[in-house]
Ligand binder design. Structure first.
Ligand SMILES: O=C(O)c1cc(=O)[nH]c(=O)n1[C@@H]1O[C@H](COP(=O)(O)O)[C@@H](O)[C@H]1O
Length: 273
């Protein structure tokens, strides 16, 4: 099944636009887990189990595992999701972007080593840095377009004087992704919930692409405005929240608290549909 089919099915089955982000920060894990050698896996697997009926996707952030030398725990986590929540697609948040030969290795890492259903990419190095990911039929690739952080303005909101009509850089990325770059319908875009006007602009330029929208919760993005700006009949959205769900409680009840936070976020998103 393709990433898009999985997303559609999970979204319908769980009545959800919510992506649960899996960003396990060692010092923020519940005390009783911190000493365990498999703390990152144990924590994330518990979150997956507590939210598998509430999420339309899971998004593990690779840096939190790689920084601890815990790639084996990320592999186990992906296996766990495939076994215990096989209906929920996994977007590996890797934000890769490199020349074609190196991109081939990154694509292999995401789709063969980890078995992810989709990946996040920086389009900064151009078409040949994106194309190797699209050789995996049905896998999704989300290009950073208008990111949620304040520094996103530094480049993404610059005007491209050399292109006809002089769009902003993020507008150009949206057009390329909706048009000539989207050879097999595998592309999506990343747009920050912290910028609802830009979400609307990206949706206008990319009417059918799935939009991955992080920035609700800890970054303060407006969930309702996000849905109104991004969701259309033809254009799906995947709204990510990580810390606000993961660290809803630092106690033994962390998984139940995460579930309650995920439920509340899912319902807020649904109320704005
Ligand atoms: O690609 C992403 O997922 C991403 C893009 C972006 O523009 N902003 C952004 O915050 N993210 C990621 O989304 C997650 C947001 O986490 P919280 O702010 O804790 O909800 C982190 O894993 C970020 O790396």
């Amino acid at each position: 099944m393709t990433f898009l089919d999985m997303l559609r099915q999970a979204s319908a089955r769980n009545d959800s636009l919510l992506c649960v982000g899996l960003d396990p920060e060692p010092t923020r894990l519940p005390k009783m887990l911190q000493e365990r050698p498999s703390a990152l896996y144990d924590f994330c697997a518990a979150i997956v189990d507590a939210t598998a009926d509430l999420a339309c996707a899971f998004k593990p952030q690779i840096a939190y595992f790689a920084a601890q030398g815990a790639e084996d725990q990320l592999e186990r986590l992906l296996q766990h999701i495939r076994t215990h929540a096989p209906h929920v697609p996994v977007i590996l948040d890797a934000k890769r972007g490199d020349i074609g030969s190196t991109a081939e290795q990154y694509a292999r890492e995401a789709f063969e080593r980890y078995g992810a259903d989709a990946v996040t990419l920086s389009p900064f190095m151009g078409w040949d840095s994106v194309e190797p990911y699209l050789r995996y039929p049905g896998k999704g690739a989300f290009l950073l377009c208008r990111t949620s952080n304040p520094g996103g303005d530094d480049f993404q909101s610059q005007r491209l004087a050399s292109v006809e009509g002089q769009p902003l850089l993020y507008e150009h990325i949206a057009r390329l992704a909706q048009g000539p770059w989207n050879k097999n319908g595998q592309l999506g875009l990343v747009v920050g919930a912290t910028y609802p006007d830009e979400i609307a602009r990206v949706r206008a330029l990319a009417p059918t692409l799935p939009l991955l929208i992080p920035g609700v919760g800890a970054q303060g993005g407006d969930a309702a405005a996000t849905v109104r700006a991004g969701l259309t009949e033809r254009g799906p959205i995947i709204v990510n929240s990580s810390r606000a769900i993961l660290y809803a409680s630092a106690g033994e009840d962390f998984a139940q608290a995460a579930r309650a936070a995920a439920l509340a976020t899912r319902d807020t998103l649904n109320a704005a549909r």
